[in-house]
Design a protein. Structure first.
Lengths: 320, 253
């Protein structure tokens, strides 16, 4: 049996959960799939999943109303102990990253994170995950006798590929969480500043990465952006260095975009960046390293020195 | 405050990994190595906390002999001493084994605060920090962008997805995984490099009987999800072809 741990915030299902169910359906063979929804007043989330899995376990508890790793680990530990799944699948979100390793230690489970592909079904399955910044793929087999926890990378499986059936049961399931064992006290989530630019609305984006080398060189990319009527954006390291403001960042910790055209300049294509832009309709990559992972998602690629190619592009675009 | 920083030595970002003959690991003999970048931010944060609250910064690492390179570098940047769990098998160990190795060498030290990077640039499990917290039986929080310490308690700013943040309170001792970009890194000075030579590196043995939780069956180059049209030629010609194809073929301009 496969148990999918659903993710919700404020009673709204995180779509990555459906992608995880798609992965579970591919992995399951004939095995049953159950989902568990953890929270407080989250029955509506359970209803969203009833046609996608055989049974939804609804775990409502006052200690789960606001996420903490301690409470979620305690709850997952009890649910897994009672339903005894062969596999536990989770979306590879920041929340999963916060508690799944703790739960794996408690459960004596193996934990394979950031999975992008599954070979085979059932107990013999192996899992594909990126390593070395996406420059290599590793096929990995879980070891040991415990449950096998697998986290599924966002966008690796398609939510609309989920096979739906007759609605299954929603089974209220109780867990026992002693509030005094929860060591984290979270405050309300907030946004740093009102986002000045909504890159999600941009038709075209020119994005720069480490290959731009210095803050002064950003101007080179800005000229191309102007010539293309594009917004300028960047990968995380550029914003970390303060070369462009944080609200220009594309990736898992920044904005997710799907423009008509995305031009990646000197961006190697770490997975944290790719999840934010691989939905773009046309992707151009310009990078000196022919092995850079960005070329795996690119429609057009130029291997070479961006400091030569970008000015040439501007000249070409400005020709009457 | 007694602060531990866990660091890892990883192949340099510029290196295109080459796969060994068994196809189960990289050809380590071809790699050059550096400090895992997220760990550099954790180290910097520890040094800043020491400046503010006084105390000690201890670098903790698990790996083969070669990782002394990055241990010395961390000492040169200002850490006070180091603990090295030394074993050749740790070069490709998974997060479960690495966290158990670190925990065995760190538990007697009773650190007030343990910092790690949020993930490594090599295997990238993003698990060691949280597993280590559980093995040390201390609370944790992950992907931290700001650390405040006041009267034995932590208040930390945790990054959520899509530009959201959240403050979390927690008692000490605790473990935090640090997000890259939390601070501006400092580099070693010549004085720091000289001083590092005299700093203590305590060697610890790998506990027996740690079982891997996963096995790499095969390493491969990633499969392309798209047919990429590679455009070659001198920059002006390549630029012309790309612009034409973006206009006529992709209709993106």
């Amino acid at each position: 049996m496969i148990l999918v741990i659903a993710e919700q915030r404020d009673g709204k299902l995180n779509r990555a959960t459906l992608e995880t169910i798609a992965a579970a359906q591919q992995l399951s063979g004939d095995a049953a799939i159950k989902a568990v929804v953890l929270g407080q007043s989250v029955a509506a989330v359970a209803q969203d999943l009833v046609t996608a899995v055989g049974e939804v376990l609804l775990v409502e508890n006052a200690s789960l109303g606001t996420y903490t790793p301690d409470a979620f680990t305690a709850a997952v530990q009890q649910v897994v102990a009672s339903v005894k799944p062969a596999y536990v699948l989770l979306p590879h979100t920041y929340q999963t990253r916060d508690f799944a390793p703790m739960a794996a230690v408690r459960l004596g489970a193996s934990l394979i994170t950031d999975v992008i592909g599954i070979n085979g079904t059932g107990s013999g399955a192996t899992f594909v995950r990126p390593m070395f910044q996406g420059k290599l793929s590793a096929e990995v087999r879980p070891q040991g006798d415990g449950p096998r926890c697998i986290t599924i990378q966002i966008g690796a499986f398609r939510a609309d590929a989920v096979k739906r059936g007759n609605p299954g049961a929603v089974t209220p399931t109780s867990v026992d969480i002693d509030p005094s064992t929860i060591r984290q006290s979270p405050e309300a989530p907030f946004k740093e500043a009102k986002q000045a630019v909504d890159l999600g609305q941009a038709e075209r984006i020119v994005a720069v990465g480490r290959g731009i080398k210095s803050q002064e060189n950003i101007a080179i990319a800005e000229r191309l952006a102007k010539a293309m009527s594009a917004e300028i954006a960047a990968s995380r390291p550029i914003c970390d260095s303060g070369w462009l403001p944080m609200d220009r960042q594309i990736g898992s910790s920044g904005q997710t975009v799907a423009p008509k055209l995305y031009v990646a300049l000197g961006i190697s294509g770490a997975i944290q960046h790719l999840v934010g832009m691989k939905g773009a309709r046309t992707i151009v990559a310009i990078n000196k390293d022919a092995d850079a992972p960005i070329f795996e998602v690119a429609d057009y690629g130029i291997v070479g020195d961006l400091f030569e190619i970008v000015p040439a592009l501007v000249t070409e675009l400005e020709k009457p | 405050m007694k602060i531990a920083v866990c660091i890892k030595q990883v192949p340099t970002r510029e290196w295109q990994p080459r796969i060994n003959d068994a196809r189960t690991w990289i050809r380590e003999q071809d790699a050059s190595y550096e400090l895992n970048e997220p760990d550099a931010y954790a180290l910097e944060e520890a040094l800043r906390l020491r400046e503010k609250h006084s105390g000690e910064v201890v670098v903790c690492a698990a790996g083969p002999t070669r990782i002394q390179q990055v241990i010395r570098e961390a000492l040169a940047r200002g850490a006070d001493r180091a603990i090295h769990v030394e074993d050749d098998s740790l070069a490709s160990a998974d997060a479960s084994v690495t966290s158990a190795a670190l925990a065995s060498a760190m538990s007697d030290e009773r650190f007030d605060l343990v910092l790690t990077g949020l993930q490594s640039d090599d295997q990238g499990h993003a698990q060691v920090g949280v597993m280590l917290a559980e093995r040390l039986k201390i609370p944790h929080s992950t992907i931290i962008m700001e650390v405040q310490v006041d009267a034995g308690r932590l208040r930390v700013k945790r990054e959520l997805e899509g530009g959201w943040f959240q403050w979390i309170g927690m008692p000490l001792p605790a473990l935090l995984t640090i997000q890259s970009g939390i601070n501006q890194l400092r580099y070693a000075t010549l004085k720091g490099i000289m001083a590092a030579k005299k700093k203590e590196i305590r060697k610890a043995a790998l506990p027996a009987g740690l079982a891997s939780s996963q096995q790499i069956v095969a390493l491969t180059l990633p499969t392309r999800t798209k047919q990429t049209a590679m455009i070659s030629g001198a920059p002006p010609a390549a630029a012309k072809e790309l612009v034409n194809r973006l206009r006529d073929e992709a209709r993106a301009l």
